[in-house]
Design a protein around this ligand. Structure first.
Ligand SMILES: Cc1cc2nc3c(=O)[nH]c(=O)nc-3n(C[C@H](O)[C@H](O)[C@H](O)COP(=O)(O)O)c2cc1C
Length: 210
């Protein structure tokens, strides 16, 4: 009787763990391998073309383009795990959240994957006074874990800014439009939406589209 009970507990525990981890895996979508050699023109041309856009065509962004964009923004570009964007003391405090029609995701640079956070529309949640964000197929939320930089907001802002410029340059080189939108002082609602701690501060919203 005792042995049967223990076996039942073990079975239920294993079933639970399988479901739990199965669920986590289901939430991770691998991105296509970034096309790092797909250079559309020179850096000087991208700098020449860089500008802010606030109107977007009704055209979606492919997974390949999204993978390339995220890698350009803050992907891993060296075997030691360092990134396309510099960060103060290599704290790698920046996380990019992605909002698109099929839900809200966190970019996992190491796994080259999107981790699903929820089904709701992040574009709507962050649009605020920048209503045009809702018309873009994608929005990137650039957040800094300020606790990694002892709350030094200047460093967080600079780290976010380097990612911002990477996004601008990728967009300029690939026929996409974007604009850096300040997230504002009070980001409590967006943090709740993303389910992130108070120290993980959204700083910039970047709609991206054609
Ligand atoms: C820190 C920062 C915050 C910005 N915030 C907004 C914003 O909330 N909404 C917006 O439409 N543009 C925003 N912009 C974009 C600027 O208005 C834009 O860069 C500026 O007008 C120059 O235009 P350009 O980017 O085409 O050179 C922001 C830019 C920066 C650098």
């Amino acid at each position: 009787m005792k042995k049967n009970g223990l076996m039942k507990i073990a079975f239920v525990t294993m079933l639970g763990l399988t479901c739990f981890y199965g669920n986590i895996n289901a939430q991770e979508t691998k991105l296509p391998e970034p096309k790092k050699s797909n250079t559309e023109g020179s850096l000087m041309k991208a700098l020449q073309d860089r500008h802010s856009s606030r109107t977007f065509a009704d055209k979606s962004v492919t997974d390949q383009t999204l993978a390339d964009l995220l890698w350009a923004a803050d992907g891993i570009n060296r075997s030691d795990g360092k990134r396309t964007a510099p960060s103060a003391r290599n704290m790698q405090d920046i996380t990019i959240y992605v909002g698109k029609a099929d839900g809200t995701f966190r970019y996992d640079a190491k796994a080259n994957a999107l981790i699903k956070i929820g089904n709701s529309d992040l574009r709507k949640a962050v649009s605020g006074r920048n209503k045009f964000i809702q018309t873009a197929p994608i929005v990137l939320v650039i957040a800094s874990d300020t606790s990694l930089l002892n709350g030094n907001m200047a460093l967080s802002g600079i780290d976010a800014g380097t990612v911002v410029q990477n996004v601008y340059l990728y967009c300029a080189a690939n026929g996409l439009g974007t604009v850096c939108c300040y997230a504002g002082e009070d980001t409590t609602e967006v943090q709740k939406f993303l389910g992130i701690k108070a120290e993980n501060k959204p700083l910039v919203y970047m709609p991206v589209g054609y």
